[in-house]
Design a protein around this ligand. Structure first.
Ligand code: CP
Length: 317
């Protein structure tokens, strides 16, 4: 596959080919080693300026992108809605165009509006990376989840993965669904019907209404955060009831016919969708996901900048 093989922007996994997704994952592998070094820096993106435009709260994604950028020697600027002229009513496009006038190369954007990353990408020259837009997609989270699963199973082909919980509000679920299906995994969802999209039956996934059935079937569970801030009243009776019926608990996992890889994109509601025994237990790869996030984001930045996989190998030296 040639240079710039993933295009100008990374807006989602829905429109990437399996080959493009595999290229990103393969490129991330050698980048992992850079974060193990005493001096965690290579000159790959020296001279590039990247703006991290975060209009919504974030711990993992924002810091992970910043580490990825700094480890590739890019110059970075962080812009939050509060403290910028967005709080005075400036539009997204005006903000981005003003940043471009200062000669930037890439924008990483998290925004509460589904489609915000695409809207921006269509209007500015810089590369745009979607760091989560509303309930639409969170492609780098999907990619880091794929990399974590591929490390565990050696392949995604035929691996049975269940996305558990609040699928309706989850951009992570959408990116996972596209990515997993493109790489040949078997995908299921499990949650209360009120938290599954109406069109779920058309997406080619199994649907489990009982968490016990999902645990019996799956080799990996990706447990989604109950997105209380996006919910109007009435999706679930109470958090206690949700945990009682859909919570992933040690007792439930002990009844599984096999060891199950436990994933969660974070932040977790401990004691709601996942119990601490499980989150911190022997089958949890939650912190491996976070580690892989830096490498995946390095790979995305590098490929959007026009890099070739063999140069990623060379960057190791
Ligand atoms: N997984 C994830 O997107 O976490 P943050 O909201 O902390 O970035």
């Amino acid at each position: 596959m040639s240079a710039a093989a993933i295009g100008k922007d990374l807006l989602g996994l829905e429109h990437l080919t399996p080959e493009q997704i595999t290229l990103i994952l393969d490129t991330a592998v050698p980048f992992k080693e850079i974060s193990e070094r005493a001096i965690k820096k290579v000159p790959t993106l020296r001279g590039m300026t990247i703006v991290n435009l975060f209009f919504e709260a974030s711990t993992r994604t924002r810091i992970s992108f910043e580490f990825a950028e700094k480890r590739l020697s890019a110059d970075t600027v962080n812009v939050a809605a509060s403290g910028s002229s967005v709080s005075k009513g400036e539009t997204l496009v005006d903000t981005a165009r003003n940043l471009e006038a200062m000669k930037i190369d890439m924008v990483v954007i998290r925004h509460q509006g589904s489609g915000a990353a695409r809207f921006l990408a269509d209007r500015i020259q810089s590369n745009v990376i979607n760091a989560g837009d509303g309930t639409h997609e969170h492609p780098t989270q999907g990619l880091l989840d794929l990399l974590t699963l591929r490390e565990r199973f050696g392949t995604l082909s035929g691996v049975r993965v269940c996305l558990c919980g609040d699928v309706l509000h989850s951009r992570v679920a959408r990116s996972n669904l596209w990515g997993l299906q493109k790489l040949g995994a078997e995908v299921a969802v499990c949650g209360p019907r009120s938290l599954l999209p109406n069109a779920i039956d058309e997406l080619g996934v199994r649907v489990f209404s009982r968490i016990e059935e999902a645990i019996e079937w799956a080799q990996a569970l990706n447990i989604l955060r109950l997105q209380l801030e996006r919910m109007q009243a009435g999706y679930i009776p109470s958090l206690r009831e949700y945990n009682r019926v859909f919570g992933v608990t040690r007792e439930r996992l002990e009844r599984a016919p096999r060891d199950i890889v436990i994933m969660h994109p974070g932040p977790m509601n401990r004691g709601v969708e996942i119990d601490s025994d499980v989150a911190d237990g022997p089958h949890s790869v939650i912190l491996d996901q976070v580690t892989n996030g830096v490498a995946v984001r390095m790979a995305v930045l590098y490929l959007l900048a026009g890099g070739r996989p063999e140069l990623a190998e060379a960057a190791k030296g």
